[in-house]
Design a protein around this ligand. Structure first.
Ligand code: SF4
Length: 422
């Protein structure tokens, strides 16, 4: 267990590094939003009963659709039982694909029980891909040992990248990287089309057959700050990342769109006139929440990796005062612009030593603490208002039209607190 302070690159803000006990969900959680996004994919978790419970409680029961995730439970085996485990996995996959011919992409998702770690899922994926030729079988790890909950999406998309076809022309193409709700993605696609950018694709696409091609002519915008491995895999295929703020709030969205406009040589006047109206709309939507949020202090415990961009948005567009911004992992390059835009005096922290951090929360008594589900109840019991960070990933929060909803997510617990006080 160690803690140290240093200055972050690109900013004078001090960084506190902690490597102690953590309180976070595991990467299996990403399946909850990924299975909605890739509509002909199936996620087969190779795990334990705990994994099955987590998925069921996080994703709820789907009443009207055939489920698109399941858990193959592999438990209590020694190494000698591994051959059987592979055969059993093959049998489960055979049965699944026979019963569900609509599945075009199958992810074998690893987890952390030791029995599963001993299974070589990448070999299993290769073996099953050959056997079921119409289905792409891929694998990634959602294990809680190596991931925080949003890294499940990173691992999934990074597994997809080597499978993407190569681009066939030299003309620049734009790729939006990160799983966005369809409605938000459509808003961005309309804006890029109105700008005049001819080819815009999304990773992930909505179905297996439409996954975007990639090559040296691909310029990509990250829609989420937790996609470090995916970005590296795209860069390995020659693609280039466009540096921008993340599209949270009016200003973050303008900056994100502007990065693409500049890279594609879009006329500055045309860009400004295009974003003027939606930007104004977003600002008006934010104004409604400013009165409540301005001057309120906020403490981010490390959970979703959205902490730094959200703190920037709340400080600069709503006047909130971040006390500490904790993140499970600080990607200095992808967050460089965000870090520069954070106000002075913020304590940045990376990693977690949960007891020490909770001591800091209690001594600073912020108006709002953003944290994982497990920590919210104990803090509420001590009279501190909390916001579950997982809600920020499950809700549509990107772009101009969602800026007001994003602010509302932070305003609601404060309003509730005020009502309880009356
Ligand atoms: S992957 Fe690990 S942390 Fe996640 S539910 Fe399964 S056992 Fe728990």
């Amino acid at each position: 267990m160690s803690a140290g302070a240093m200055a972050t690159a690109g900013t004078a803000l001090p960084l506190l590094r902690e490597r102690g006990q953590r309180e976070v969900f595991c990467g299996l959680t990403g399946i909850v939003w990924l299975h909605r996004k890739i509509q002909d994919a199936f996620f087969l978790v190779v795990g334990s009963r705990t994994c099955a419970h987590l998925l069921q409680s996080a994703a709820g029961v789907m009443l009207f659709a055939e489920p698109r995730f399941a858990t193959a439970i592999i438990e209590e085996r020694d190494l000698a039982g591994m051959a059987d485990a592979n055969e059993e996995l093959d049998r489960v996959v055979d049965r699944l694909l026979e019963r569900r011919p609509d599945i075009r992409m199958l992810f074998l998702v690893g987890s952390c029980p030791s029995e599963v770690i001993k299974l070589d899922l990448s070999r299993a994926a290769q073996r099953l891909s050959v056997k079921h030729s119409g289905v792409r079988v891929l694998n990634y790890s959602g294990s809680g040992i190596e991931t925080t909950f949003t890294q499940g999406e990173d691992a999934c998309l990074a597994a997809l990248v080597p499978e993407l076809p190569a681009t066939t022309s030299a003309a620049p193409e734009l790729m939006i990287v990160g799983s966005l709700p369809d409605i938000v993605e459509d808003q961005f696609l309309r804006l890029f089309a109105d700008m005049g950018i001819a080819t815009v694709r999304s990773l992930p696409a909505r179905n297996a057959a439409s996954m975007p091609p990639v090559g040296p002519n691909t310029l990509f915008l990250l829609a989420q700050p937790f996609l470090g491995d995916t970005a590296r895999a795209l860069e390995d295929r020659g693609a280039k990342r466009l540096d921008a703020l993340f599209p949270f709030g009016a200003e973050g969205t303008v900056d994100w769109l502007h990065a693409a406009a500049k890279a594609f040589g879009i006329d500055e006047m045309h860009f400004r006139s295009l974003v003027a109206a939606p930007r104004e709309r977003a600002k008006r939507a934010l104004e409604r929440h400013r009165m409540l949020l301005e001057g309120k202090t906020i403490f981010f415990l490390p959970d979703s990796q959205l902490e730094v961009p959200l703190a920037r948005f709340l400080a600069n567009e709503l006047g909130m005062v971040p006390i500490e911004v904790g993140t499970p992992y600080l990607h200095r390059q992808h967050l460089a612009r965000e870090l520069e835009a954070l106000p002075e005096g913020v304590q940045l922290s990376e990693g977690q030593d949960v007891d020490r951090q909770l001591d800091r929360v209690r001594s600073s008594r912020p108006d709002l603490t953003v944290c994982g589900l497990g920590l919210a109840n104990p803090l509420e019991a001590q009279g501190l208002s909390t916001k579950w960070s997982i809600e920020l990933v499950f809700s549509p929060v990107h772009g101009f039209d969602q800026a007001g909803d994003l602010a509302e997510l932070f305003a609601r617990p404060l309003r509730r607190r005020d009502m309880l006080k009356v």
